[in-house]
Design a protein around this ligand. Sequence first.
Ligand code: ATP
Ligand code: MG
Ligand code: MG
Length: 559
Amino acid sequence: EGKRWAGGPGPASVQASGEVDLARIRTRFPPEPNGYLHIGHAKSICLNFGLARDYGGVCHLRFDDTNPEKEEQEYVDAIIDAVKWLGFDWKSGNSEHLFFASSYFATMYACAEALILAGHAYVDEQSPEEMRLMRGTLTEPGKNSPFRGRPAQESLQMLQDMRAGKYADGSMALRARIDMASPNINLRDPVLYRIRHATHHRTGNDWCIYPMYAFAHPIEDALEGITHSICTLEFEDQRPFYDWTLNRLQELGLFAKPLPHQYEFARLNMSYIVTSKRKLLQLVKDGHVNGWDDPRMPTIAGLRRRGYTASALRLFCERTGVSKSNSRIDYSLLDQALREDQDPIALRSVAILDPLKLVITNFPADHVEPCHAPRNPHASEAGMREFGLSREVWIEREDFAEVPPKKYFRLFPGNSVRLKYGYVVTCTGCVKDAEGNVIEVHAEYNPDTKSGTPGSDAVKVKGNVTWISTAQAVSAEIRLYDRLFSEPFPDAGDSDFLNCLNPHSVQVVKAFLEPGTALVPGVVTQFERLGYFVVDPIDSTPNAPVFNRVTTLKDTWAA
Ligand code: ATP
Ligand code: MG
Ligand code: MG
């Protein structure tokens, strides 16, 4: 009599490992597989897996798959991929701490029957709408359902019939019998099971009744021996029901102490993004972005494709801290984390995004002058890169002005600048087309000023201009991203968040790259003066490279 899962976690793989007693703390990250993970989930992953790591514990990856209509295997796979990529692992010793709430459906159902028999639950035939009306409000107590007094044996039979598929969706539900006058609305006889004739991505058509999240979650935690069940602040007033469920089941001998405890922390909110799976799904479905991994998406897949590294995301999550009060984190902190992560290691290169030809008129026609630059100025062990300077080079269009604005130190007739890692050149004029557009800039170089040679700095100049020899330049497409929303709080206020989509969130340019620029997916390159970039893992090919800009070198987000 009375099946008992007491004395530790139920899943055999946990018990078999013998780790239950060793692990001081056991946490879990419990995503619902109804979408891709976003940066808020990254925060929760870092917190839960980080606590387990720091305190000699274990963290479970558990799919909270109790809601069949919205869940899919594609999302399960994407979530596994994202957690792994972030650098966390649910394996410990020989055991895999990867669980599915749906594996516990039979146990949850047995808990429901036990609660009915103990007088703690009843089947209610009110419609969902009637239940809602009877629930009362913050200032008004609820009213008892006319079915609240249903005898236990009758409720048990009805639950069994519900399970057997005899009733239609929404025709009745199993409710806890707690207190319709409780000041906490969550304790006013919450629903434990509802009828859903739906196919589940793992259990198929085995079940046509499914447990509610608030009932399922404490059972999942107790079965797995979770010590710290960490969730976001919205669940704070669910905690009494979490405890009610476990205490009743413990009194009935189904679980033993110590029982898991729920702890809450503030969810991560960030400016200029939305972090609701429903809204992210809408962006994808309605074609506002090119899929869940679009580099403008705040999904882990999107951030990864954009070029944010796993270590930068972890640094960001650590930096922003764990708090009990809601606040909004400035998006620029994420870019700052990427810069700090990559500045010491990213390889340097030159890209010219808006090319204009510069002709060095006194440079020998067929000569190629070898030039050198550090691969990374902070890491001499990374060595030097090499490229050639020739008579014609590409420069940025904005590095020339026929009539210089104030404080302009770059190329204009009569002014001298250094071609970075090359020579000092003096601008002598420009060539224009019929419409008056500058199509070529002319300059003369000073042969005594080659970078790195003795006395090369005798000629002082204020401007330093990046360039690429036209003979050596590699063509590439570069995608420059801006924020996806033009408002800092896209989902605040009454108007639809889609109204503030930024129509200019991506700009595609045909650019030139320094020869030898690394074309390795996932490896961040700093293009000098321009920012951090990565090869797009999907669209780039060796013959037609495509780069995404992760972020600029300095914060351009403010104001
Ligand atoms: P969404 O509202 O985006 O659908 P969710 O909370 O419903 O998010 P789940 O898949 O249930 O999504 O979340 C898994 C875990 O991630 C939960 O423990 C949840 O608390 C946590 N989480 C979700 N969003 C955030 C966030 N913005 N900040 C911190 N943690 C979050
Ligand atoms: Mg959820
Ligand atoms: Mg949700």
